[in-house]
Write a protein that binds this ligand. Structure first.
Ligand SMILES: CC(C)(COP(=O)(O)OP(=O)(O)OC[C@H]1O[C@@H](n2cnc3c(N)ncnc32)[C@H](O)[C@@H]1OP(=O)(O)O)[C@@H](O)C(=O)NCCC(=O)NCCS
Length: 380
């Protein structure tokens, strides 16, 4: 079986594979998909596995920015992992995922993430559960009760506003020390900003993207860095309360809007889990932010049968970290375990599940340095 970059001539077969995997697509959706994936073909971000001429599997690596403790870095968002039905159950999915892991590292990404439809295949290539997309169901009336305060200038966004929107995301997630949220690349933002069914508003320090979903409102993203902008954006959505009774919103687990609600008792939150993998230990540590007062010196062995693994000395202080090759015994983590640690999963969980073993003298310091609550606001 050969794994190679997909070309525009392969797209009919890939579309057929997607239909066999995810269900029927309208002609319009098919065209939208073609338009969205074409640029990734020239970037080495769409792989196919072939048996002779026949397409057996495909997987796409999306170009994202992801924030970790407030610092942005490139991340490969793995999507569209599909194996044609007649090739399933024979290790083809695993083989294309090996190629994806190597390709993402070659492209310079130190991290990869994905939303799994099943876990074993991804765990087998080093991904581990990290965070979730949280969707909360709220009554529109409780959002209407959030009164805007102050004068916030909001303007409608459209195609062409991608660069400004991305600048807002950098400011907001940097200041909030966010872990997990992603930004699409500029081309993808411009395509998304052309969707005529979405309502989009931009402020100097925040933005909202929301839309009708049946008789309810669906909030894709509301991100705000100041109390006035937070109120202004959520009250926009709440103003639909005469027609939309319910709002389903993607929120951070500690999203400030949840503390603005007058009533909050039983809450219906659905979580769509995402899995996460460190591809390059040294680059991932260097690119991550850490709490300014965390201090940690630890010797860590990461076992990574696909990327190679090794032993590193981690030095974390003043909000930054480095990982330098080292000798000796320290704590041992599978790459799944190290990825989970990086994503803030508590050391105790890692020890009890066998993802981390050996020397425990660094546990407290590692746990404090990497502690974070990762989330995403976008599905891909
Ligand atoms: C999921 C999918 C990619 C797996 O591909 P595959 O080539 O059959 O997978 P592999 O043979 O490499 O199996 C890898 C592991 O996944 C497990 N697995 C495969 N299909 C599975 C399924 N449908 N449910 C649960 N586990 C499954 C295998 O048992 C194996 O685990 P093991 O190593 O512990 O035994 C393929 O079935 C598919 O394309 N499904 C439809 C689309 C889809 O769901 N894509 C995933 C989107 S995130």
């Amino acid at each position: 079986m050969e794994i190679r970059d997909l070309t525009p001539e392969d797209l009919d077969d890939v579309l057929d594979l997607r239909k066999r995997s995810f269900g029927p697509l309208t002609a319009d959706d098919g065209e939208r998909w073609r338009k969205a994936v074409l640029p990734s073909l020239g970037e080495g971000r769409y792989l196919g596995a072939f048996e002779g001429e026949q397409l057996a599997a495909a997987a796409r690596l999306r170009r994202f920015t992801q924030w970790w403790h407030g610092r942005p870095q490139p991340m490969a968002g793995v999507a569209g992992v599909t194996v044609n039905p007649e090739y399933r159950g024979r290790g083809v999915g695993t083989r294309i995922m090996h190629a994806v892991v190597h390709r993402a590292a070659e492209l310079g990404d130190a991290l990869a993430a994905l939303y799994p439809a099943t876990t074993a295949i991804y765990r087998g290539v080093g991904f581990e559960h990290a965070g979730a997309l949280h969707n909360v169901r709220l009554s529109a009336e409780v959002l209407r009760a959030i009164r805007p305060s102050g004068q916030v200038k909001l303007r409608r966004m459209g195609p062409g506003d991608a660069a400004e929107l991305m600048a807002v995301l950098h400011r907001v997630h940097g200041a909030a020390r966010s872990s997990g949220p992603i930004s699409w690349d500029e081309d993808t933002w411009n395509l998304r900003l052309a969707d005529e069914d979405d309502f989009r508003y931009l402020a100097d320090d925040g933005y909202a993207v929301y839309r009708w979903r049946g008789e309810s409102m669906e909030v894709e993203n509301i991100v705000a860095a100041s109390p006035d902008t937070l109120r202004a954006l959520w009250s926009l959505v709440g103003s639909a309360s005469t027609i939309a009774r319910e709002v389903v919103a993607s929120v951070a687990p500690d999203d400030p809007v949840l503390w603005l609600l007058r009533e909050r008792t039983k809450e219906e939150v659905s979580q769509v889990r995402w899995m996460f993998r460190v591809l390059d230990v040294a680059a991932a540590v260097e690119r991550r932010g850490f709490p300014a007062d965390a201090a940690c010196e630890a010797v860590v062995t990461v076992e990574d049968p696909i990327r190679g693994g090794g032993t590193w000395r981690l030095d974390i202080s003043g909000g930054s970290g480095t990982a330098t090759p080292a000798e000796g015994d320290g704590v041992t983590l599978s790459v799944n375990g190290f990825s989970a640690l990086y994503a803030g999963i508590p050391v105790r969980t890692l020890r009890l599940t066998g993802l981390m073993s050996g020397d425990d003298r660094y546990d407290q310091a590692l746990g404090t340095a990497f502690a974070t609550k990762p989330y995403m606001l976008d599905y891909f």
